[in-house]
Every structure is written in structure tokens, then in C-alpha cells.
Write a protein that binds this ligand. Sequence first.
Ligand code: PMP
Ligand code: GLN
Length: 381
Amino acid sequence: ANSTFSQVETSIFEIMSALARDSGAINLGQGFPEGLEPRELIEAAVAALRGGPHQYPPMMGLPALRQAVADNSRRFFGLDADWEREVMVTSGATEALADCFLALLEPGDEVIVFEPVYDSYAPIIRRGGAVPVAVKLAPPDWRLPFEQVRAAITPRTRALVVNTPMNPIGKVFDETELRFLADLMLEHDLVAICDEVYEHLVFDDARHASLFGFADVRDRVARIGSAGKTFSVTGWKVGYVMADAKLLGPIARAHQFVTFTTPPALQAAVAAGLVLPDSYFAGLKQALRDRRDVLTKGLNQLGFVVRPAQATYFAVADFTAFDRAGDDLAFCRRMVAQAGVAAIPLSAFYARRDLRGHIRFCFAKQRDTLERALDHLTRWV
Ligand code: PMP
Ligand code: GLN
């Protein structure tokens, strides 16, 4: 009765989506895009479903997809990986993360995570017997606090979880921050689990960089991606892990017993998506950047304080102009009930719920949806 999972609450994304559904509110909470799925990807999935095969694909993933993952990572991020030895397909990034935590951590190990932290990490880390140790990033800049990171390391520290671009704050770790983390990994013999699902959703002058690209730590990095984000199909749950063969070995053993494989038609379609021309990837960024600008500008005009996100689907808004005491969960509940707009309280990304004046909006929606939401908010605030 006292197990890890009896203590875990229903995810805030599920809670806010259910509230939005029940009340007919516009859902800018849970992160999912509207109307951006590439036609080529859907057609490839339909063709693969018609033509088959429909049985278990290879455990490591379809060769065509593993090659496409390696090629895409080289084309856009200059990362070199041997698809036969260093790339594995998973059922979403969520599975890849679980595989990594189960495979790379032992009971008693400590794992550094950065708050605000994505909600799926800590429960699986704990269930594996390891201990998440949070280091907080602070608004409005969300810089990596080097001294606090250093101070969080103990002889039991085994791993870092690095989510860049970072949900919920839209931060892209820069080269200096990554170099600092790479040096710590060498100094303290650590591995890094790098959640890079938003790798393609980066705007303006920001550039995505991966610890996997740092030659001296490359063999200590498991880099994770998701077709859900790259192709705006979050329900598909097709992900991948890229890691040196020695590190990937145990991760593949975990995958073998968690899901074993991923639907072959979806794998074939994602392989077709990853080889689309540069114009597809540029168009996706452009569309999301435009949507970001519509929502950011609108929220700022209303009196929220929002900085343009460098990446991801998310705009973080300081709402304390409306509610000085700042209880973000209460604010979100009022907003969904009274204004008909759902968002996510940022405190959900902190183990101690200790930052309460910010909420997260998802801007990856059609312009019309964003404008309607802004309209509702204008009448409410
Ligand atoms: N990591 C982060 C940071 C995310 O925001 C998400 C969102 N869905 C995931 C992992 C999970 O990706 P997937 O849907 O491929 O499991
Ligand atoms: N990644 C999505 C978000 O941050 C949520 C996925 C989920 O609901 N588990 O909104």
C-alpha cells in the first residue's frame, strides 16, 4: 500500500485536460499541437497499415527508422551515430526514459534533476530504488546555477537528467552550460540521460546542442527523441534512444521487457518523416514561432508577464499582477472554470510546489484557437 505508485497523484496534464473537456474550455494546458501533422507522414502510415507487415518488428526497431534517426541527427545537429550499434526505437520518449532509469541506476544511486522538472522522471527513478536530487532553476532567466549543481553532487551521484530544450520553461541549454555539465560528468564519473524531445522546435537565434556531441563524454550519454514532437503526432508514441553501444546494451535489455517493440506501421511512417527535406523542419519552426508570438504578445497585453520561449510548445506566464498571493493551482482552477481556458500550474514541476506565481500555456495551437483563448481571457482578467 505504501509503494511508490500508490503515493503518486494523477498527472496534472490529465487533470487539467479532463477539467477542460468537462467544462468545454479551450485547452492550452497539456502540451499537444493542432493541425501540424505532415501529410507525407500520414500517407506513409496508411500505406504501411495497408501493406503490412503487422507482426513483431525487430526489438531494436526497423532498420529504416534507425538509419533515418542517425541521418537526421547528423543532418541537423552534426551528431554522428552508428545506426546498427547505437540507435534503438522505443514506444515514445516516456518508454525510453523509463528504460534508461531502470537500466542505468542501482538502488541508492542519486540522480540530479533540474526543476522545474518533467513529471515522468522522479517516479520511475524512485521505483528503481534511486533518489532524485533536485537543483532549482529560477525565473526570469532560468540560468543553470553552477555552484548549486556542484553542491548537489555526492559520492552516490550516478547520473544527470538533462532536458534541453526544456519543458516547461522553453529554455535551450547553451554550450557553456553543457560544457560545465560535461566536465562534472568526467570529474565525478557520471552518465547523462538527455531528454531532447523538443530538438527540432527551437526558435530565433537559439541552437539545439546535445551532450552527445561532446566527444569526451559521448560514451556516457543516452540521448532521447520523440516523433510525437518532431511530427506533431503526440498520440503516436514513437521515440528513440541514441547511445554508445556499451551504454545502449543494458538500456535495450530494459526495453526488451518493458514494451519489446513499437507498432511497425508507425515506425515506417516516422522513417519517411525523418527524411523529409529541410523545408519541412524549417516550416514547423516557423509555424510554431508565429503561434508563440501571437500568444506571448496577447498575454503580455493583458498584464501577464511572459518572455518569448526559445523553444518547445510552452509560454510561461507570471500572473502575480492579478493575484499577489500567487497560488498557481487555484489560479488555474479559477481560470478554467470562469474564463474557459486551461493552463498548467508551474508548481506541478517542483517536488515541494515552491514556485507558485507562474503558469504554463501551450501555444502550439491554430491561430484561431489562440485568439479565442485571448478573447476569453480579456473578458475575464
Ligand atoms: N519528455 C518531455 C520533456 C516531454 O515534454 C514529453 C511530452 N510528451 C515527453 C518526454 C514524452 O514524450 P512521448 O510522448 O514521446 O513519450
Ligand atoms: N508532455 C506533455 C506536456 O508537458 C504531457 C504529456 C502527458 O500528458 N503525459 O504537456
